[in-house]
Write a protein that binds this ligand. Sequence first.
Ligand SMILES: Cc1ncc(C[n+]2csc(CCOP(=O)(O)OP(=O)(O)O)c2C)c(N)n1
Ligand SMILES: [Mg+2]
Length: 411
Amino acid sequence: MSDNEVAGHARSRMEGAFQPSPEMGPTPPSQIYGHFSDENPEMVQFVDADGNRLETNETNAPYAKIVEEMTSEDARIIYRDLVLVRRIDAEGFALQRQGELGLWPSLFGQEAAQVGAGRALREQDYAFPGYREHGVAWCRGVPPENLLGMFRGVNHGGWDSNENNFHLYTIVIGNQMLHATGYAMGIAADGDMATGDPDRDAAVMAFTGDGGTSQGDFNEALVFAAVKQSPVVFFVQNNQWAISQPNETQFIIPPYQRARGFGFPGVLVDGNDPLATYAVAKDALDKARSGQGPTLIEAYTYRMGAHTTSDDPSKYRSSAEVEIWKEKDPIKRMRGFMTERNHADEEFFAAVDAEADEIAVRVRKACQEMPDPEMATMFDHQYTDHHPLVAAEREEFLAYHAGFAEEGGQA
Ligand SMILES: Cc1ncc(C[n+]2csc(CCOP(=O)(O)OP(=O)(O)O)c2C)c(N)n1
Ligand SMILES: [Mg+2]
């Protein structure tokens, strides 16, 4: 094929991505995708964009009981989480812009997906995040300062995974799906599944993005989880972009529908509806803990900010798109719902805002005061035991830096 033909082929494939060929027959509503997904009747929703509670329908009915059992206190906890993680995230962004952090991947817009999932986890469950899961980290009890330390480059991971059952951030896209599935297989092998003891039975939740679904690791993990019936929930935050790549370049069949091909259920949930994300995640985790196998949840949401502080989204997406998603803001929705249901008063909302201000000051100060590490510590944790190659590299590194000191510079 000539270059022109290749380009033409690629173009027509893209244009036809969501158009079925005649032999496929009409597109079922469940396959209408991309930015039309709001109209997908298979998407689980409980509150509309203004926070009005939606009627029970065929799609949300299986989860309605979980939502009905939520108390005012539950709603207040979730609202507080949403506001605080947004504020911590904004602080992370600002600190990077002021030169205090090397990088910051913002969760702006994805708070409801992460807090709903994070609050559905039990203490003994284990979460495997990517690099944007600051909201899940918060729900697990990881101090936000630790996240900042990692992105400031003053430590090699930021936290002890086993302290909060929250694995280290994984930058290699999709890799954590395998770690999570292996861990879930271990839970089953240890007999910590389907015993009926709510304090013992455990499950794993693995987080990735829409782009992550294209990775081999993601698909391999799903195969293992299916055939082993492992207690793992795959939580795909479809924020519609993988850096500059839109959904259309990642898949034709949406992620939640792909689960069926692997042999377990897939659920599409409105990722900006905190009640829906909580209910769907809780249901899937309960099933996993009780031995009913994996679930794939696709939380349909939107990345309001840049991919990271190194990215400029104005180069590849329109601001009109962002404006549309402002209307679906998860905090506005939760507040509307709570006000309508008398779950909280103005005093509560003001107190949460004040707490957010205090946390912002606290984390900013902590970040600025983090001491620089001894450079050679980067060699300390490569292997458990002494390793001659690492020792030689360490010596070489120290000698190199000592050379600057001799020239009058700082080591
Ligand atoms: C294996 C691998 N390939 C490529 C990259 C570079 N990369 C970093 S983030 C990213 C996009 C991921 O998109 P998505 O899974 O949708 O997650 P999001 O950033 O939107 O949360 C890519 C390709 C990487 N980190 N790892
Ligand atoms: Mg994405």
